[in-house]
Design a binder for this molecule. Structure first.
Ligand code: GDP
Length: 368
Protein backbone atom coordinates (compact mmCIF):
# COMPACT_ATOMS: atom_id res chain seq x y z
CA UNK A 1 0.00 0.00 0.00
CA UNK A 2 1.36 3.40 -0.95
CA UNK A 3 1.25 6.51 1.23
CA UNK A 4 0.36 9.39 -1.02
CA UNK A 5 0.26 13.13 -0.35
CA UNK A 6 -1.82 15.42 -2.56
CA UNK A 7 -1.66 19.18 -1.96
CA UNK A 8 -3.85 21.63 -3.89
CA UNK A 9 -2.60 25.23 -3.75
CA UNK A 10 -4.72 28.27 -4.59
CA UNK A 11 -8.19 28.29 -6.07
CA UNK A 12 -7.46 26.11 -9.08
CA UNK A 13 -5.40 23.62 -7.04
CA UNK A 14 -8.12 23.51 -4.36
CA UNK A 15 -10.84 22.85 -6.89
CA UNK A 16 -8.96 20.05 -8.64
CA UNK A 17 -8.23 18.51 -5.24
CA UNK A 18 -11.95 18.76 -4.46
CA UNK A 19 -12.72 17.00 -7.75
CA UNK A 20 -10.29 14.24 -6.71
CA UNK A 21 -12.03 13.93 -3.35
CA UNK A 22 -15.41 13.90 -5.09
CA UNK A 23 -14.36 10.93 -7.23
CA UNK A 24 -12.65 9.24 -4.31
CA UNK A 25 -15.67 9.50 -2.03
CA UNK A 26 -17.97 8.17 -4.70
CA UNK A 27 -19.05 11.56 -6.06
CA UNK A 28 -22.61 12.87 -6.21
CA UNK A 29 -23.69 13.58 -2.63
CA UNK A 30 -22.32 16.70 -1.01
CA UNK A 31 -22.42 14.83 2.29
CA UNK A 32 -20.39 11.87 1.08
CA UNK A 33 -17.32 13.22 2.80
CA UNK A 34 -18.98 12.94 6.20
CA UNK A 35 -19.72 9.27 6.18
CA UNK A 36 -18.07 7.36 3.39
CA UNK A 37 -14.66 5.84 3.14
CA UNK A 38 -12.34 6.95 0.41
CA UNK A 39 -12.29 4.57 -2.53
CA UNK A 40 -8.48 4.81 -2.61
CA UNK A 41 -6.61 1.61 -2.04
CA UNK A 42 -3.58 3.68 -1.10
CA UNK A 43 -3.48 5.81 2.02
CA UNK A 44 -4.04 9.26 0.57
CA UNK A 45 -3.72 12.50 2.52
CA UNK A 46 -5.15 15.60 0.86
CA UNK A 47 -4.57 19.23 1.87
CA UNK A 48 -6.11 22.31 0.22
CA UNK A 49 -4.06 25.44 0.98
CA UNK A 50 -5.29 28.97 0.29
CA UNK A 51 -4.97 32.57 1.45
CA UNK A 52 -8.56 33.28 0.37
CA UNK A 53 -11.00 31.79 2.87
CA UNK A 54 -13.91 31.97 0.45
CA UNK A 55 -12.14 29.67 -2.00
CA UNK A 56 -11.76 27.10 0.78
CA UNK A 57 -15.39 27.51 1.87
CA UNK A 58 -16.52 26.79 -1.66
CA UNK A 59 -15.09 23.24 -1.56
CA UNK A 60 -17.71 20.52 -1.21
CA UNK A 61 -15.88 17.23 -0.91
CA UNK A 62 -12.72 18.13 1.04
CA UNK A 63 -12.91 17.64 4.81
CA UNK A 64 -12.54 20.64 7.10
CA UNK A 65 -9.35 19.18 8.60
CA UNK A 66 -7.90 19.08 5.09
CA UNK A 67 -8.46 22.79 4.39
CA UNK A 68 -5.66 25.05 5.47
CA UNK A 69 -6.28 28.76 5.53
CA UNK A 70 -3.23 31.01 5.51
CA UNK A 71 -4.62 34.34 6.64
CA UNK A 72 -3.90 37.24 4.35
CA UNK A 73 -6.61 39.77 3.77
CA UNK A 74 -8.40 39.02 0.46
CA UNK A 75 -5.71 36.62 -0.80
CA UNK A 76 -2.61 37.87 -2.59
CA UNK A 77 -4.18 39.10 -5.85
CA UNK A 78 -1.98 37.95 -8.70
CA UNK A 79 1.12 39.31 -6.96
CA UNK A 80 3.73 36.56 -6.73
CA UNK A 81 6.20 38.68 -4.79
CA UNK A 82 3.61 39.15 -2.07
CA UNK A 83 2.58 35.49 -2.32
CA UNK A 84 6.13 34.29 -1.84
CA UNK A 85 6.61 36.42 1.26
CA UNK A 86 3.30 35.15 2.72
CA UNK A 87 4.53 31.60 2.13
CA UNK A 88 7.85 32.35 3.85
CA UNK A 89 6.03 33.73 6.92
CA UNK A 90 3.87 30.61 7.14
CA UNK A 91 6.34 27.99 5.95
CA UNK A 92 6.87 26.20 9.26
CA UNK A 93 3.12 26.06 9.93
CA UNK A 94 2.47 24.55 6.50
CA UNK A 95 5.32 22.03 6.77
CA UNK A 96 4.12 20.96 10.22
CA UNK A 97 0.67 20.24 8.82
CA UNK A 98 2.24 17.99 6.16
CA UNK A 99 4.64 16.28 8.55
CA UNK A 100 1.95 15.49 11.12
CA UNK A 101 0.32 13.28 8.50
CA UNK A 102 3.13 10.71 8.49
CA UNK A 103 5.55 9.46 5.87
CA UNK A 104 4.92 9.39 2.18
CA UNK A 105 6.05 7.33 -0.80
CA UNK A 106 5.08 10.00 -3.33
CA UNK A 107 3.59 13.49 -3.37
CA UNK A 108 1.66 15.59 -5.88
CA UNK A 109 1.24 19.36 -5.67
CA UNK A 110 -1.52 20.81 -7.85
CA UNK A 111 -1.70 24.47 -8.83
CA UNK A 112 -2.44 26.93 -11.58
CA UNK A 113 0.73 28.58 -12.88
CA UNK A 114 -0.80 31.98 -13.33
CA UNK A 115 -2.72 33.09 -10.23
CA UNK A 116 -1.24 34.47 -7.01
CA UNK A 117 -1.36 32.01 -4.12
CA UNK A 118 -0.87 28.69 -5.90
CA UNK A 119 1.75 29.94 -8.33
CA UNK A 120 3.84 31.59 -5.62
CA UNK A 121 3.42 28.91 -2.90
CA UNK A 122 4.14 25.89 -5.08
CA UNK A 123 7.83 26.37 -6.00
CA UNK A 124 9.06 27.08 -2.43
CA UNK A 125 6.75 24.40 -0.98
CA UNK A 126 8.22 21.74 -3.29
CA UNK A 127 11.72 22.98 -2.51
CA UNK A 128 11.03 22.70 1.21
CA UNK A 129 9.60 19.17 0.91
CA UNK A 130 12.49 18.02 -1.27
CA UNK A 131 15.10 19.44 1.08
CA UNK A 132 13.63 17.71 4.10
CA UNK A 133 12.25 14.43 2.76
CA UNK A 134 13.28 11.83 0.28
CA UNK A 135 10.04 10.94 -1.50
CA UNK A 136 9.47 12.05 -5.11
CA UNK A 137 7.25 15.09 -5.63
CA UNK A 138 5.41 15.82 -8.86
CA UNK A 139 3.76 19.12 -9.74
CA UNK A 140 0.47 19.14 -11.65
CA UNK A 141 0.40 22.57 -13.26
CA UNK A 142 -2.54 24.20 -15.04
CA UNK A 143 -1.63 26.75 -17.72
CA UNK A 144 -3.89 29.79 -18.31
CA UNK A 145 -6.20 30.66 -21.17
CA UNK A 146 -3.95 32.85 -23.33
CA UNK A 147 -6.47 35.71 -23.31
CA UNK A 148 -6.51 36.01 -19.52
CA UNK A 149 -4.13 38.97 -19.57
CA UNK A 150 -0.52 39.99 -19.19
CA UNK A 151 -0.17 39.41 -15.44
CA UNK A 152 -1.34 35.83 -15.66
CA UNK A 153 0.94 35.14 -18.62
CA UNK A 154 4.02 36.52 -16.92
CA UNK A 155 3.16 34.67 -13.70
CA UNK A 156 2.86 31.40 -15.64
CA UNK A 157 6.28 31.86 -17.25
CA UNK A 158 8.07 32.61 -13.97
CA UNK A 159 6.16 30.06 -11.92
CA UNK A 160 6.90 27.19 -14.28
CA UNK A 161 10.60 28.02 -14.37
CA UNK A 162 10.74 28.25 -10.57
CA UNK A 163 8.96 24.90 -10.17
CA UNK A 164 11.53 23.34 -12.50
CA UNK A 165 14.32 24.77 -10.38
CA UNK A 166 12.70 23.67 -7.10
CA UNK A 167 14.05 20.13 -7.13
CA UNK A 168 10.71 18.74 -8.35
CA UNK A 169 10.81 15.24 -9.83
CA UNK A 170 8.62 16.15 -12.78
CA UNK A 171 5.89 18.50 -13.97
CA UNK A 172 2.61 17.25 -15.40
CA UNK A 173 1.07 19.92 -17.62
CA UNK A 174 -2.61 20.58 -18.20
CA UNK A 175 -3.52 23.52 -20.39
CA UNK A 176 -6.82 25.38 -19.98
CA UNK A 177 -6.33 26.89 -23.45
CA UNK A 178 -6.00 23.47 -25.07
CA UNK A 179 -8.82 21.98 -23.02
CA UNK A 180 -11.26 24.79 -23.72
CA UNK A 181 -12.23 22.92 -26.90
CA UNK A 182 -14.58 21.14 -24.49
CA UNK A 183 -16.78 24.23 -24.74
CA UNK A 184 -19.44 25.55 -22.39
CA UNK A 185 -19.19 28.60 -20.17
CA UNK A 186 -16.07 29.17 -18.07
CA UNK A 187 -17.44 27.62 -14.88
CA UNK A 188 -18.63 24.46 -16.57
CA UNK A 189 -15.37 24.29 -18.57
CA UNK A 190 -13.45 24.51 -15.27
CA UNK A 191 -15.53 21.74 -13.75
CA UNK A 192 -15.07 19.51 -16.77
CA UNK A 193 -11.31 20.19 -16.92
CA UNK A 194 -11.00 19.56 -13.17
CA UNK A 195 -12.88 16.28 -13.45
CA UNK A 196 -10.65 15.24 -16.36
CA UNK A 197 -7.50 15.91 -14.34
CA UNK A 198 -8.93 14.26 -11.20
CA UNK A 199 -9.93 11.15 -13.08
CA UNK A 200 -6.47 10.76 -14.58
CA UNK A 201 -4.70 11.21 -11.26
CA UNK A 202 -6.97 8.69 -9.55
CA UNK A 203 -6.46 6.20 -12.36
CA UNK A 204 -2.71 6.65 -11.96
CA UNK A 205 -2.85 6.14 -8.18
CA UNK A 206 -5.00 3.05 -8.66
CA UNK A 207 -2.51 1.67 -11.20
CA UNK A 208 0.55 2.36 -9.07
CA UNK A 209 -1.02 0.42 -6.21
CA UNK A 210 -2.59 -2.48 -8.13
CA UNK A 211 -1.66 -6.00 -8.76
CA UNK A 212 -1.53 -5.97 -12.50
CA UNK A 213 -1.29 -8.73 -15.01
CA UNK A 214 1.79 -7.01 -16.37
CA UNK A 215 3.28 -4.83 -13.73
CA UNK A 216 4.07 -1.15 -13.75
CA UNK A 217 4.77 0.39 -10.39
CA UNK A 218 6.00 3.54 -8.70
CA UNK A 219 9.57 2.70 -9.81
CA UNK A 220 8.50 2.66 -13.47
CA UNK A 221 6.54 5.88 -13.02
CA UNK A 222 9.65 7.53 -11.56
CA UNK A 223 11.73 6.33 -14.52
CA UNK A 224 9.21 7.67 -17.01
CA UNK A 225 8.97 11.01 -15.21
CA UNK A 226 12.74 11.41 -15.07
CA UNK A 227 12.93 11.20 -18.88
CA UNK A 228 12.72 14.10 -21.29
CA UNK A 229 12.90 17.72 -20.28
CA UNK A 230 11.21 17.29 -16.87
CA UNK A 231 7.81 17.96 -18.41
CA UNK A 232 5.02 15.49 -18.94
CA UNK A 233 1.37 15.22 -19.71
CA UNK A 234 -1.30 12.57 -19.33
CA UNK A 235 -3.65 11.04 -21.89
CA UNK A 236 -6.75 9.05 -21.06
CA UNK A 237 -9.63 7.46 -22.91
CA UNK A 238 -12.53 5.26 -21.98
CA UNK A 239 -13.70 3.03 -24.83
CA UNK A 240 -17.04 3.84 -26.34
CA UNK A 241 -19.46 1.04 -27.07
CA UNK A 242 -17.92 -1.46 -29.47
CA UNK A 243 -14.54 0.33 -29.64
CA UNK A 244 -11.56 -2.00 -29.71
CA UNK A 245 -8.55 -1.58 -27.48
CA UNK A 246 -6.30 -0.47 -30.35
CA UNK A 247 -8.53 2.53 -31.12
CA UNK A 248 -8.90 3.29 -27.40
CA UNK A 249 -5.09 3.52 -27.04
CA UNK A 250 -4.90 5.76 -30.12
CA UNK A 251 -7.61 8.05 -28.72
CA UNK A 252 -5.78 8.37 -25.38
CA UNK A 253 -2.75 9.61 -27.33
CA UNK A 254 -4.72 12.03 -29.50
CA UNK A 255 -5.94 15.57 -28.71
CA UNK A 256 -9.18 13.92 -27.49
CA UNK A 257 -7.36 12.37 -24.59
CA UNK A 258 -4.37 14.60 -23.74
CA UNK A 259 -4.24 17.43 -21.22
CA UNK A 260 -1.67 19.42 -23.17
CA UNK A 261 -1.15 20.00 -26.88
CA UNK A 262 1.66 17.81 -28.14
CA UNK A 263 2.45 15.54 -31.03
CA UNK A 264 3.17 12.43 -29.01
CA UNK A 265 5.20 10.75 -31.73
CA UNK A 266 7.38 13.83 -32.33
CA UNK A 267 7.82 15.25 -28.82
CA UNK A 268 7.52 12.20 -26.55
CA UNK A 269 10.51 10.93 -24.62
CA UNK A 270 9.31 8.07 -22.41
CA UNK A 271 5.86 6.70 -21.72
CA UNK A 272 3.84 4.45 -19.49
CA UNK A 273 0.68 2.92 -20.96
CA UNK A 274 -1.78 1.41 -18.51
CA UNK A 275 -4.79 -0.50 -19.72
CA UNK A 276 -7.66 -1.46 -17.45
CA UNK A 277 -10.79 -3.44 -18.21
CA UNK A 278 -12.50 -6.75 -18.67
CA UNK A 279 -10.26 -9.49 -20.00
CA UNK A 280 -12.49 -10.04 -23.04
CA UNK A 281 -11.57 -6.60 -24.43
CA UNK A 282 -7.84 -6.86 -23.86
CA UNK A 283 -6.35 -8.30 -27.04
CA UNK A 284 -2.66 -8.72 -26.26
CA UNK A 285 -1.78 -8.55 -29.97
CA UNK A 286 -3.53 -5.21 -30.46
CA UNK A 287 -2.01 -3.80 -27.28
CA UNK A 288 1.48 -4.95 -28.23
CA UNK A 289 1.29 -3.55 -31.76
CA UNK A 290 0.16 -0.11 -30.50
CA UNK A 291 2.79 -0.03 -27.76
CA UNK A 292 5.49 -1.04 -30.26
CA UNK A 293 4.38 1.74 -32.60
CA UNK A 294 4.75 4.21 -29.75
CA UNK A 295 8.10 2.90 -28.54
CA UNK A 296 9.56 3.04 -32.07
CA UNK A 297 9.29 6.84 -31.98
CA UNK A 298 9.22 7.63 -28.28
CA UNK A 299 11.91 5.37 -26.85
CA UNK A 300 11.05 3.36 -23.77
CA UNK A 301 7.41 2.51 -23.07
CA UNK A 302 6.32 0.71 -19.91
CA UNK A 303 3.14 -1.29 -20.23
CA UNK A 304 0.71 -2.29 -17.50
CA UNK A 305 -2.52 -4.22 -17.70
CA UNK A 306 -5.13 -4.36 -14.95
CA UNK A 307 -7.85 -6.91 -15.41
CA UNK A 308 -11.14 -5.78 -13.86
CA UNK A 309 -14.11 -8.02 -14.40
CA UNK A 310 -16.99 -6.37 -16.26
CA UNK A 311 -15.28 -2.98 -16.65
CA UNK A 312 -15.25 -1.06 -19.93
CA UNK A 313 -11.64 -0.65 -21.10
CA UNK A 314 -9.84 2.53 -20.14
CA UNK A 315 -6.36 3.59 -21.20
CA UNK A 316 -4.04 5.98 -19.38
CA UNK A 317 -0.77 7.21 -20.86
CA UNK A 318 1.85 9.15 -18.90
CA UNK A 319 4.14 10.78 -21.40
CA UNK A 320 7.30 12.78 -20.78
CA UNK A 321 8.28 15.30 -23.40
CA UNK A 322 11.69 16.13 -24.79
CA UNK A 323 10.33 19.13 -26.67
CA UNK A 324 7.16 21.16 -26.25
CA UNK A 325 6.38 23.53 -29.10
CA UNK A 326 3.24 24.75 -27.33
CA UNK A 327 5.28 25.75 -24.27
CA UNK A 328 7.70 27.68 -26.47
CA UNK A 329 4.68 29.51 -27.91
CA UNK A 330 3.44 30.30 -24.41
CA UNK A 331 6.85 31.69 -23.41
CA UNK A 332 7.02 33.93 -26.45
CA UNK A 333 3.58 35.37 -25.64
CA UNK A 334 4.67 35.71 -21.98
CA UNK A 335 7.81 37.63 -22.96
CA UNK A 336 5.62 40.13 -24.83
CA UNK A 337 3.41 40.35 -21.73
CA UNK A 338 6.41 41.03 -19.48
CA UNK A 339 7.56 43.83 -21.82
CA UNK A 340 4.06 45.31 -21.85
CA UNK A 341 3.94 45.28 -18.05
CA UNK A 342 7.37 46.91 -17.86
CA UNK A 343 6.34 49.65 -20.30
CA UNK A 344 3.19 50.22 -18.28
CA UNK A 345 5.29 50.60 -15.14
CA UNK A 346 7.48 53.19 -16.89
CA UNK A 347 4.34 55.04 -17.92
CA UNK A 348 3.19 55.01 -14.30
CA UNK A 349 6.59 56.43 -13.28
CA UNK A 350 5.99 59.18 -15.82
CA UNK A 351 2.62 59.81 -14.22
CA UNK A 352 4.52 60.53 -11.05
CA UNK A 353 6.08 63.47 -12.93
CA UNK A 354 2.51 64.71 -13.39
CA UNK A 355 1.97 64.34 -9.64
CA UNK A 356 5.10 66.46 -9.15
CA UNK A 357 3.63 69.15 -11.38
CA UNK A 358 0.44 69.14 -9.28
CA UNK A 359 2.39 69.20 -6.05
CA UNK A 360 3.91 72.56 -7.01
CA UNK A 361 0.68 74.26 -5.95
CA UNK A 362 0.45 72.36 -2.62
CA UNK A 363 -0.11 74.90 0.16
CA UNK A 364 -0.92 77.75 -2.24
CA UNK A 365 -4.29 79.50 -2.53
CA UNK A 366 -5.71 81.08 -5.67
CA UNK A 367 -5.61 84.93 -5.58
CA UNK A 368 -8.25 87.07 -7.30
P1 GDP B 1 -4.82 31.68 -6.83
O1 GDP B 1 -6.01 31.25 -6.01
O2 GDP B 1 -4.34 33.05 -6.46
O3 GDP B 1 -3.72 30.67 -6.80
O4 GDP B 1 -5.28 31.80 -8.33
P2 GDP B 1 -6.09 30.80 -9.28
O5 GDP B 1 -5.81 29.37 -8.90
O6 GDP B 1 -7.50 31.23 -9.37
O7 GDP B 1 -5.31 31.10 -10.65
C1 GDP B 1 -5.87 31.71 -11.78
C2 GDP B 1 -5.68 30.79 -12.95
O8 GDP B 1 -6.23 29.52 -12.66
C3 GDP B 1 -6.34 31.26 -14.21
O9 GDP B 1 -5.48 30.95 -15.29
C4 GDP B 1 -7.63 30.46 -14.27
O10 GDP B 1 -8.07 30.22 -15.58
C5 GDP B 1 -7.24 29.18 -13.60
N1 GDP B 1 -8.31 28.55 -12.82
C6 GDP B 1 -8.97 29.08 -11.75
N2 GDP B 1 -9.87 28.21 -11.26
C7 GDP B 1 -9.77 27.09 -12.04
C8 GDP B 1 -10.42 25.82 -12.03
O11 GDP B 1 -11.28 25.51 -11.20
N3 GDP B 1 -10.01 24.93 -12.99
C9 GDP B 1 -9.07 25.20 -13.92
N4 GDP B 1 -8.76 24.26 -14.80
N5 GDP B 1 -8.45 26.40 -13.96
C10 GDP B 1 -8.79 27.32 -13.02
Amino acid sequence: MLNILIVGNGQCGNRILDAINKEAFGGKSKFAKFYSQQKYKSKVETIAINTAINDLKELSFTKAKDRMHIPHLHGVGANRTLGKSVFEENKSHIMRNIEERGNFDVGFVITSASGGTGSSFTPPLIKEIKENHDFPVYAVVVLPFREEGTLYLQNAAFCLKEIRDSGVDGIILADNQFLKQIGGNVQSAYNTINDMIARRILFLLDALDSEMMMVTDLGDFKTVMSGGAGLATIGFYEAEKGMNIKTTIQKALSPNGLLFSTDVYKEGSRAMVIIKGDKSYLSIDEISSEVEKLSSSVGHVFKGIIVRKGETPQVLVVLTLEAAEELENLYSVAVDAIHQEREKKTRVEEQKEIDKAFSQIDGLEPNY
